[in-house]
Design a protein around this ligand. Structure first.
Ligand SMILES: *[C@@H]1O[C@H](CO)[C@@H](O)[C@H](O)[C@H]1NC(C)=O
Ligand SMILES: *[C@@H]1O[C@H](CO)[C@@H](O)[C@H](O)[C@H]1NC(C)=O
Length: 311
């Protein structure tokens, strides 16, 4: 017979076993997610807030053109950056997937595979989604997008022509769209790009390395894609490949990012208030905490109209 004390022990051990099983199960769950190159989203991990967002997304009035994105992330960032992306700007796309990698032991070398990853994701996107959307976007988990401003620009271009959107920077004599703010390809551009990759005499690089955006630049040129201008008449940029804190403050310490962008931008970029256009489209090097802050300031805060006050 169990006396009261033993009963408590049995109960306690049972309880611990159940908790452990639960933990192991959810760990298993996360792991199985990491094994796919493409994962639908981190939805299951952010169910509640995700649902609210999806409601918002359905009810939002949007321009006709449909935009699909694959968003590069990396196992250590699934719970932070990927979640933040999903809970903020990604909800304003027509559809998206996260492109991640196997959680194996080769993580330290992961940058080496960047070019292969981007090519694989574009090929897969073309094969599986190529006819279902007008525009196709490669994005990173540390970039914040203002989708409404992107839609406004894209709505002026025909997706059946080979257009792409990107921020041109230079490295020596090479000109290429900075990988940080990503690339958005029209339906026709996606087809030309993916076809060009496999042409017998292609000039698109075959072997992988980490200079993905430089190879993108070469390959887009080879495939004859045309750039959509993103710098306005006053020379203000709208795809910003560094954090705004390294560009906007007038009392700027010119750190390595500021120097890189102001010297390497294809079209001259100013620091201070005139850096960026009012129709800002993207900012790179954003922390996941900042994503929530941007989203809050842009979509939730209302500025009081003092002219409306009664006397
Ligand atoms: C790990 O990466 C290196 C390249 O950096 C590669 O040569 C090697 O085959 C990879 N190992 C595995 C198990 O994928
Ligand atoms: C790009 O345009 C040039 C000049 O019109 C043409 O010769 C070439 O075949 C085109 N390349 C591709 C990959 O379509």
């Amino acid at each position: 017979m169990l006396n009261g004390r033993k009963y408590r022990y049995v109960f306690l051990i049972g309880f611990i076993v159940i908790i452990l099983m639960f933990l192991m199960d959810s760990r298993f769950h996360v792991k199985s997610h990491l094994k796919v190159l493409y994962q639908e989203s981190v939805k299951s991990l952010t169910q509640e807030m995700g649902e609210e967002r999806r409601q918002e997304r359905r009810s939002e009035k949007r321009l006709k053109q449909k935009i699909f994105a694959f968003i590069h992330t990396f196992p250590p960032y699934h719970q932070t950056r990927a979640k933040a992306v999903e809970m903020t700007w990604a909800s304003r796309l027509d559809d998206y997937v996260f492109s991640t990698i196997q959680d194996d032991k080769n993580l330290t070398n992961s940058r080496f595979w960047l070019w292969d990853r981007v090519k694989a994701a574009f090929r897969k996107t073309y094969k599986e989604k190529g006819n279902d959307f007008d525009w196709f976007m490669k994005a990173d988990d540390d970039c914040y997008y203002i989708m409404e401003n992107i839609r406004e620009v894209l709505s002026k271009y025909d997706p059946n022509e080979p257009w792409y959107l990107g921020e041109l920077v230079t490295s020596g004599y090479k000109v290429y769209p900075s990988g940080g703010t990503g690339y958005i390809l029209s339906r026709a551009a996606l087809k030309k790009f993916v076809t060009a990759l496999d042409e017998p005499k292609t000039k698109c690089r075959k072997e992988s390395d980490e200079e993905e955006d430089i190879h993108i630049g070469n390959c887009f040129r080879y495939a004859n894609l045309s750039l959509i201008p993103t710098v306005n008449k006053e020379g203000r940029h709208s795809l910003i490949p560094i954090n705004l804190k390294d560009l906007v403050p007038d009392v700027l310490e010119r750190n390595v990012f500021t120097k890189w962008y102001t010297t390497k931008s294809k079209i001259k970029v100013k620091t201070g208030k005139d850096c960026c256009g009012p129709k800002l489209m993207a900012v790179h090097k954003v922390t996941y905490q900042e994503m929530f802050v941007y989203d809050y300031l842009l979509y939730r805060v209302q500025i009081a109209d003092l002219d409306d006050l009664d006397d």
